[in-house]
Design a protein. Structure first.
Lengths: 62, 438
């Protein structure tokens, strides 16, 4: 069973307090967006996939 | 007990209350004899569903006695017996209303099949709880809009939903009659949709009258980072929609997103009101994201051949970027396709937003020939994948990195841990530096 669907369902059916259910909700961590610019473009993304270049903010001088 | 039956019983009791209290000029819905038959059925129902039989049984016996007398006289009870009847009916209805052994009815009203993901796991939870709930899915009609804001063409996506879903036909279901306990929507707008608009019967203000609990699940998820950014203006735009006025429950993915919406909506509502209606319970889209894997059965053989063991770049083109800078956007697509046509280390998996073509048609029709030509050529040459399915999650699962607009797909992708590069329409990957625009 899928977590968020179950949680919403329990709330709508009034089986649990909405506030309590909110506390249980742990959305996944978000990666930072990297934004394309003059220095960092598609070749860099492909290089990151090949392990030739780390894909992180420091690598692109951000 | 099914919620229809429960409502029907309460409805008949209410009608009977009106009939006996209505006086001589009132036109009765039923005769005393018909109500006697109804009581006999009601006794059987209470037995079947294990309601408080002794309690209801006594009330029904007394009501039956009074009504039998009334039936013999050919009119409803009067004076003392009328008051007794009213009291007993009130007690019976109040008790039955509180019965817990009544299945709730939940109706899901998706319009675009490709957006079903924002409701799917909630429906699964409801559908698997058959003991307490009847869950229905009614795909509703929607239209795309002409440039002048009038309806262009109407659609019904019923056949595009995953096979096996128990869909009800919209044209045969009167929601005001059905009056389900809960209605779940993902369309927030009434007649203000710029690209799509649902049939007026399904506007949030109309649906509000057809249910006890109108639930809105926004399709668009906002990153926590954006939600916490006071300069991020998208929330205000999204919040200015009918569903935020009329919904009893609004589901957000995270607390940061909820807080951003509350701040935006405080212009029109009190915080107290909003905190009673908006809840950060998580989005069904996240459920789908985390549970979709690389299943070869769901990947066409032709696509498997194109991939051939190479890394896959998901190229996502959304509507907002197109609306912001239409000419640049189209030129950026051309540039990206050209880059990947030359670059064979990775495979391009192009997935335009399902409404992108409609947007080009309705908002900037003069760009349509160029866009359609690009798509046609890309599909004919078939060196990359063109994904026009509604299944965004397959594309996310099978790809190794994301390239494209900072759209809702990018937001979801950022939660997978895979690399992600947000494209910039002003930057070119093919050609010379001087081709940069702006």
């Amino acid at each position: 069973m899928w977590d968020n669907g179950e949680r919403i369902y329990a709330g709508l059916m009034e089986r649990e307090e909405m506030r309590k259910l909110e506390e249980e909700n742990q959305p996944p961590m978000e990666n930072d967006f990297l934004w394309e610019n003059d220095k960092y473009k598609l070749p860099n993304l492909l290089a990151a996939l090949g392990g030739e270049q780390a894909m992180n903010r420091a690598s692109v001088g951000l | 007990m099914d919620f229809h039956t429960h409502r029907r019983i309460l409805g008949v009791l209410a009608e009977m209350g009106e009939d006996i209290s209505g006086g001589k000029k009132h036109k009765s819905t039923r005769t005393p004899g018909e109500y006697l038959s109804f009581f006999a059925e009601l006794k059987a129902v209470c037995r079947k569903y294990d309601f408080r039989q002794t309690h209801y049984g006594k009330i029904l016996e007394r009501l039956t006695t009074v009504l039998e007398k009334a039936a013999r006289k050919g009119h409803f009870p009067v004076k003392k017996e009328l008051r007794q009847c009213e009291e007993m009916l009130g007690e019976l209805a109040a008790g039955l209303k509180k019965e817990t052994n009544v299945k709730k009815g939940i109706v899901f009203l998706p319009y675009q099949a490709s957006m079903w993901d924002c409701m799917e796991s909630l429906w699964q939870a409801a559908d698997s709880d058959k003991e307490h709930c009847n869950a229905y899915i009614i795909p509703i009609p929607y239209c795309n809009m002409k440039e002048d804001g009038t309806p262009n063409e109407w659609f019904l996506d019923a056949k595009k939903f995953p096979p096996g879903l128990p869909l009800l036909p919209w044209e045969k279901t009167d929601l005001s009659q059905l009056h389900p306990d809960i209605i779940v929507i993902h369309n927030p707008y009434e007649d203000r949709g710029k690209i799509n608009c649902v049939d007026a019967h399904y506007y949030p203000s109309v649906l509000k009258k057809c249910t006890d609990k109108l639930v809105y699940i926004p399709y668009f998820i906002i990153r926590d980072k954006d939600a916490k950014n006071p300069r991020y203006g998208r929330v205000k735009t999204l919040a200015n929609a009918s569903a935020f006025w009329h919904s009893d429950v609004i589901i957000m993915n995270s607390k940061a997103e909820k807080e951003a919406y509350i701040k935006a909506l405080e212009e029109w509502h009190t915080r107290e009101n909003l905190e009673k209606r908006i809840f950060a319970l998580g989005s069904p889209k996240i459920d789908k994201l985390l549970h979709t894997g690389r299943d070869k059965k769901n990947l066409p053989e032709k696509w498997q051949e194109i991939i051939g063991g190479r890394k896959v770049i998901l190229y996502n083109t959304s509507i907002q970027e197109f609306l912001d800078t239409p000419e640049l956007f189209i030129e950026k697509i051309r540039d990206t396709l050209e880059y990947f046509h030359r670059e064979r280390k990775a495979v391009l998996w192009w997935r335009p937003h399902p409404l992108l073509l409609d947007s080009v048609k309705s908002m900037y029709p003069k760009l349509l020939p160029k866009y359609e030509e690009m798509v046609k050529t890309y599909r004919e040459e078939a060196w990359g994948i063109y994904d026009e399915s509604g299944d965004m999650y397959r594309a996310i699962a099978w790809s190794d990195a994301y390239y494209g607009d900072a759209s809702s797909v990018a937001v979801l992708y950022s939660m997978t841990g895979k690399p992600l590069l947000v494209s910039n329409c002003k930057i070119r990957n093919c050609g010379k530096e001087e081709e940069h625009v702006g």
